[in-house]
Design a protein around this ligand. Structure first.
Ligand code: ADP
Ligand code: MG
Length: 474
């Protein structure tokens, strides 16, 4: 499955020249990030890390990933509305994982009060790797689905143009024409705009809930600017702004700094470290409000690793999507082996198997954002230590996906130009809007290809491991 430029990879002069073209094209295209030294200033910026060359992706698997996205939207939405399922599934996890427990407490508190929110907006990204079978054929395997703050839909809208130019500079003009157009920023904005419209107040704003440290602001601005182009006002606020300036009126309309908020788009709030007491209070205020939360707390919980593992249990999809046999078959075809580590015989058995053969598995805690999973010897050590304690249930086990590596160059500011053995992860963005019980929008909104050197088992772009890429369909 090699791309048709493996010849170029070993040509040092051509690579140097192409890299110079690539970096300037990236800067011109707005493929930008703030710097680690000045993460909150736009005075000094640099290019976001990206590959010199597009990476080969099997066309059939690319199409399969797109074709199943509406099904995953449907599934996430169904899970978010199924209290019984969320309760049962997360019961063991919330006993040992404090973060999930606190989210769950807000979830139940909001349900007990009764939801004020009537319009629901989901933006997710389903991530896959291409598992290489023993006969050399590749299969699409889902890594996870991100239901909160799925990023890089903005910047990746700019990478295709950059790679097209690089291919032309390398004399691959015909191949350059074959890169598929991609604009998730537009699709995400379409969903936000639809939710804003259904909320039904011209004066109300869309609020991006953003981090204290905003290195990836340009990614968000791509979506934000699409909304301004539609004459929708956008404000950027942090949890502490909401704590200080936020309030609800009698019908639980949300006001922040005097402005009514129609949609809250979370680009923050998925790691425990950001939640001090004030942030938890702000989160509760937002969840209690009538504003459309993207995601609401139920949908955030639907994206936990524990839920992902339970979805793979025989019969679960049938229970959640009873009248969608086609969707169930397409979804299930993307699942890798997933295993519960709950206390009991099933968990004992798989824990013992993983300790005996750690390279077959990945051990995952209930965390997001990259760099949390355990592999190989570390997996064995941790599992040995916790195998007889309740702490075990805060993790799940997953079959390790083994893609075929390819050679590429990872372009990073201030880093030497060197060839790396790489693997890629394909993400498909999904957007849906539900009003009451009616799904009024359900779409795939574009894709994201991220590539990393095989020496790193884990980690995304924000974690400094993976870089942005463009698929070249074979
Ligand atoms: P996070 O929520 O931290 O992004 P992921 O489940 O996406 O958690 O895992 C992070 C990274 O670890 C992925 O981007 C991928 O590189 C690697 N990874 C995760 N699961 C697997 C797996 N089953 N096989 C191989 N690599 C995996
Ligand atoms: Mg991930």
């Amino acid at each position: 499955m090699a791309a048709p430029w493996q010849d170029v990879v070993r040509d040092a002069a051509a690579v140097r020249e192409a890299a110079a073209v690539a970096v300037d094209a990236a800067l011109l295209a707005g493929l930008l990030m703030r710097t680690g030294e000045q993460p909150n200033a736009s005075d000094v910026v640099n290019y976001a890390p990206f590959t010199l060359l597009p990476s080969a992706v099997p066309q059939a698997l690319f199409e399969q990933a797109y074709a199943v996205q509406q099904d995953f939207n449907l599934l996430v939405d169904a899970v978010s509305q199924n209290k019984e399922f969320l309760e049962q599934t997360l019961a063991s996890t919330i006993k040992v994982d404090d973060f999930t427990a606190r989210l769950f407490r807000i979830y139940t508190q909001v349900l007990e009060e009764g939801l004020a929110q009537t319009v629901f907006l989901g933006i997710n990204r389903s991530d896959y790797m291409f598992d290489c079978g023993q006969d050399g054929t590749a299969a699409l395997r889902q890594i996870e689905i991100n239901t909160i703050a799925a990023s890089f839909g903005g910047l990746t809208s700019r990478t295709t143009d950059v790679h097209r130019l690089v291919l032309k500079a390398l004399g691959k003009t015909e191949e350059a024409t074959r890169l598929v157009p991609n604009n998730p920023a537009k699709g995400l904005a379409l969903g936000i705009a639809k939710a804003w419209e259904l909320y039904g107040s011209q004066r109300a704003v869309v609020m991006f809930l953003v981090e204290e440290v905003q290195r990836n602001i340009f990614d968000q601005r791509c979506v934000e600017n699409e909304l301004w182009n539609r004459n929708i006002r956008v404000v950027r606020k942090r949890f502490r702004d909401v704590f200080e300036q936020g309030s609800l009126d009698a019908s639980r309309r949300l006001f922040v700094d005097g402005q009514e908020v129609a949609v809250v788009y979370y680009r923050e709030g998925y790691v425990p470290q950001v939640y001090d007491q004030q942030s938890w209070e702000a989160r509760l205020l937002l969840e209690r409000s009538r504003a459309v939360k993207c995601p609401d707390i139920a949908t955030q919980l639907a994206g936990t690793k524990k839920v992902q593992q339970e979805l793979s249990r025989p019969g679960t999809l049938e229970r959640l999507l009873p009248s969608h046999p086609g969707a169930i078959a397409r979804i299930r075809a993307t699942f890798a082996g997933l295993y519960s580590l709950d206390e009991g015989e099933e968990g004992d058995r798989i824990a013992a198997t993983a300790i005996a053969d750690p390279d077959r598995f990945v051990l995952k805690p209930q965390r997001e954002g990259g760099g949390n999973n355990l592999y190989g010897e570390e997996l064995r050590e941790v599992l040995e230590k916790i195998k007889d304690s309740p702490e075990r249930t805060s993790y799940i086990l997953m079959d390790k996906i083994k893609p075929q590596p390819a050679l590429n160059y990872l372009l990073r500011a201030h880093s030497p130009l060197q060839v790396s053995e790489c693997i890629s992860e394909l993400g498909i963005f999904g957007v849906y809007v539900r009003q009451g019980q009616e799904l009024v929008l359900n779409q795939a909104a574009g894709h994201l290809l991220r590539t990393k050197a095989t020496e790193h088992a884990d980690g995304g772009v924000a974690a400094g491991v993976a870089v942005l890429d463009t698929p070249y369909l074979l």
